[in-house]
Design a protein around this ligand. Structure first.
Ligand code: NAP
Ligand code: GDD
Length: 344
């Protein structure tokens, strides 16, 4: 049987780290494109890198750099490419829109074009996102047919990537698919995303630090799943007979406010809310201590308010379904965070 060779971008990130572990467990040879940085960025995959038993290879490269992408594709001859690399932070994309577009949109084009230029017969997975949708309440639940109306430089760059993936599929017959993934979290989530920020601060409070959790929009609804399960969906998308686009989600929505309540419940605190909008505050119901406050610094110029996905299509085609509900996800993240802080 022909050896399966995977090439990833974004393998140092949350999803990439789980995907590398998953692919290695399926006996793939795994190649990861790592961008150069002045500090080490591989902490999520160090266990893999430092153990020679794994069929893992790291390569310098960058979504900005066509020549490295071309060279790596030509020499590695992957059978599957997972393009997870991105400037993935929505709020940050308003500060660095040009950079975000270069990496997320043109970076995707660079890989697709390299596949054509090098005449490589390889399946391609694009990390698309629920941010492609407007998030207006009337569009919930969103599925593959929901109109796309992106509302940030990040999601507009991802809309280009989504369409260029479809275009290369239609124009050149490439096996190129989009996974339209709703938010997914884990202990490995980057520290500036809201779930990780919440669990980290709540764990600090649990350990006696005198902190106030400062957040932006508490009313935002997200469909939060467990990242470890979502990487299997990425792989399944590339194992289909035909390339196609799939929503991956849990089908359940939770507000940021409810996520905060669940994280505090884990440490035995019930939050009592008071005030509205920018003046809303969260207190410990027992002691009346101020624990949560709204800071307008964390609001976005345009917000995507309601994201809840309909995962029927992927379930029907592949059998994939989510296994971790929001309570279990908060517990997984809090269990990890509480232990981390003790260690320091
Ligand atoms: P993440 O933790 O922020 O990881 C992003 C990865 O992209 C990192 O490995 C990063 O490298 C790499 N990267 C950034 N700029 C690059 C460049 N110029 N060239 C090559 N690599 C670059 O993101 P994630 O949560 O794992 O998400 C993975 C992908 O899925 C992203 O494309 C994201 O937009 C998309 N997505 C995520 C979610 C979610 O809820 N997590 C939902 C839908 C879609 P460094 O380690 O060097 O920074
Ligand atoms: N980051 C952050 N920080 N978000 C906050 C905060 C805060 O202090 N307070 C409230 N929020 C709200 C945001 O306004 C947003 O509505 C929601 O919490 C989730 O924000 P993030 O965790 O930053 O994630 P995101 O939904 O913007 O983007 C993530 O999911 C997308 C899929 O829908 C990222 O992983 C994207 O890469 C991904 O495409």
């Amino acid at each position: 049987m022909k050896k399966k060779i995977a090439l990833l971008t974004g393998g140092t990130g949350q999803d990439g780290s789980y995907l590398i572990e998953f692919l290695l467990s399926k006996k793939y040879e795994v190649h990861n494109i790592v961008r150069r940085s002045s500090v080490f960025t591989t902490s999520r995959i160090d266990k893999i890198i430092n153990n020679k038993k794994y069929d893992y290879y790291g390569h310098y490269g960058d979504l900005f750099d066509s020549s490295s992408l071309n060279r790596l594709i030509r020499t590695i001859k992957p059978t599957e490419i997972y393009n997870l690399g991105a400037q993935s932070h929505v709020a940050v994309s308003f500060k660095i829109p040009e950079y975000t577009s270069e990496v997320n949109a043109i970076g995707t084009l660079r890989i697709l074009d390299a596949l054509i230029e090098t005449n490589t017969n390889c399946k391609f997975y694009q990390a698309s996102t629920s941010e492609l949708f407007s998030g207006f309440k009337s569009t919930v639940p969103q599925n593959e047919k929901t109109p796309m109306e992106p509302r940030s430089p990040y999601s507009i760059s991802k809309l280009y990537a989504y369409w260029i993936t479809k275009n290369y599929r239609e124009a050149y017959g490439l096996f190129a698919s989009n996974g339209i993934l709703f938010n997914h979290e884990s202990p490995r989530r980057g520290g500036t995303f809201v779930t990780k920020k919440i669990v980290r601060e709540v764990a600090n409070i649990y350990h006696g630090q005198n902190k106030i959790l400062k957040l932006g929009n508490l009313n935002s609804v997200r469909d939060w799943g467990y990242a470890k399960e979502y990487v299997e969906a990425m792989w399944l998308i590339l194992q289909q007979k035909k390339p196609d686009d799939f929503v991956v989600a849990t089908g359940k929505g939770t507000t940021v406010r409810e996520f905060v309540e669940l994280a505090f419940n884990y440490i035995g605190i019930e939050i009592k809310w008071s005030g509205k909008g920018i003046n809303e505050k969260g207190y410990d119901k027992k002691s009346n201590k101020l624990l949560v406050q709204v800071d307008k610094k964390y609001f976005r110029p345009t917000e995507v308010e309601f994201l809840i996905g309909d995962y029927k299509k992927i379930n029907k085609k592949t059998g994939w379904k989510p296994k971790t509900n929001i309570k279990k996800l908060v517990k997984i993240m809090m269990d990890y965070e509480v232990k981390q802080i003790v260690k320091i």
